[in-house]
Design a protein around this ligand. Structure first.
Ligand SMILES: NC(=O)c1ccc[n+]([C@@H]2O[C@H](COP(=O)([O-])OP(=O)(O)OC[C@H]3O[C@@H](n4cnc5c(N)ncnc54)[C@H](O)[C@@H]3O)[C@@H](O)[C@H]2O)c1
Length: 344
């Protein structure tokens, strides 16, 4: 079976490609290396360096993928307020381009990584005081995204569904991961992924920067089962034309995460609180649907602590990549957190 993976040099895309190769699939990966690195690309995948917003017809015609996994995106959610035009081109326009080209060349199935950001602020009962042990976001909840990144992901979901309704194919699977971390993640992107940022800061002896008091909570998700669910969506009949959450079930505050990272790296706590930024306070997803669709994969997810250990080990055994920069100029500088003003 032939699969095309966009974003193959990135964190999740490289793990998905690994999973497909383990299944014996032929994999072509596309990435423009704006955020990913060649070190991540599995050696048995055919690699093409290209922006997925550009014409892909030559590649699709040559490779004729049966399944397209579309993961390429610049996923800096907080920064997306400040780069809205770039965000919509990179997410919505590029997704429409990949899907149209896939369809023209006979792809049968399209797997798309959306995000928990598509939900936006959780329902009121969810965001009130009471800590993280509250209702979790389910796939039936009304989506009301509150930043350009979430808006783009939801627009992509609607586009993929409407495309199927109109053309009768490709079938699709839409996955909404959240706060994924693990080996091969980019720890040098100053704008995103708090686990990676904390690990880099701890290892390099810098203070760990937290927006606000750090009481905001997330369920940080170790990469293993996330990538396996995404890969398996290409051959799991029950996942066709489905949208589902995937990720961890263990709520943790950001301040607690910072402490755990310090412990794991073996450094003293050195935390610097910054002015709070506008963000969802508590975001947790329900995974009943993913458990039903992929019971084998979800049986024993890796704990945050064990995941941190594996991630820190990977980072320390490998060269820390040079910091990646936002691939766009900042479009709106108002309200830009000072930390991000000089390219962080
Ligand atoms: N990491 C998470 O916690 C998380 C959560 C929810 C959703 N997602 C989604 O999963 C996908 C993968 O995220 P990730 O964490 O692996 O990010 P990542 O930055 O590690 O990987 C994304 C890859 O896409 C590439 N890319 C970006 N724009 C491109 C373009 N126009 N053309 C070609 N390549 C391009 C980058 O170079 C990078 O290698 C994204 O769509 C992201 O929105 C991630």
């Amino acid at each position: 079976m032939r699969a095309l993976v966009t974003g193959v040099a990135g964190f999740i895309g490289s793990h998905v490609a690994d999973g497909l190769l383990r299944q014996g699939w032929d994999v072509m990966g596309i990435d423009d290396l704006s955020g990913g690195t060649m070190v991540n690309v599995p050696k048995d995948a055919k690699f093409i360096n290209r922006d997925v917003g550009l014409d892909l017809d030559d590649l699709m015609a040559e490779f004729q993928p049966k399944v397209v996994y579309h993961l390429a995106a610049y996923a800096a959610e907080g920064l997306s307020h400040h780069i809205p035009v770039f965000n919509y081109q990179n997410n919505i326009v590029a997704t429409a381009n990949v899907l149209a080209s896939a369809y023209r060349h006979g792809a049968k199935h399209f797997v798309f990584t959306s995000s928990i950001a598509a939900y936006g602020h959780p329902r009121k009962s969810n965001s009130d005081a009471g800590g993280p042990q509250r209702e979790r976001l389910t796939e039936d909840d009304v989506c009301s995204p509150c930043d350009p990144y979430g808006i783009a992901k939801l627009a992509c979901e609607h586009h993929i569904q409407a495309f199927f309704d109109y053309y009768g194919g490709p079938t699709y699977t839409i996955i909404r991961p959240h706060n994924v971390f693990g080996p091969k993640q980019n720890v040098s992107d100053p704008y995103r992924n708090v686990v990676g940022i904390f690990i880099r800061q701890a290892i390099s002896g810098q203070p760990m920067t937290i927006f606000g008091d750090g009481q905001q909570t997330r369920s940080f998700s170790y990469i293993d089962s996330v990538a396996q669910c995404i890969a398996a969506s290409g051959w799991t009949e029950a996942a066709k034309n489905q949208t589902f959450n995937v990720g961890g079930d263990e709520p943790m505050s950001v301040i607690e995460l910072a402490k755990r990272v310090c412990e794991t790296v073996g450094v003293d706590e050195n935390i610097q609180h910054l002015a709070p930024r506008q963000e969802v306070l508590h975001a947790h997803a329900d995974h009943k649907k993913a458990h039903q669709l992929f019971p084998e994969i979800h049986r024993s997810p890796v704990s945050i602590q064990a995941g941190l250990k594996a991630t820190v080990q990977h980072v320390t055994e490998n060269e820390i990549p040079t910091p990646t920069h936002c691939p766009s100029a900042i479009e709106i500088k108002d309200k830009l957190p000072p930390l991000w003003r000089d390219g962080a």
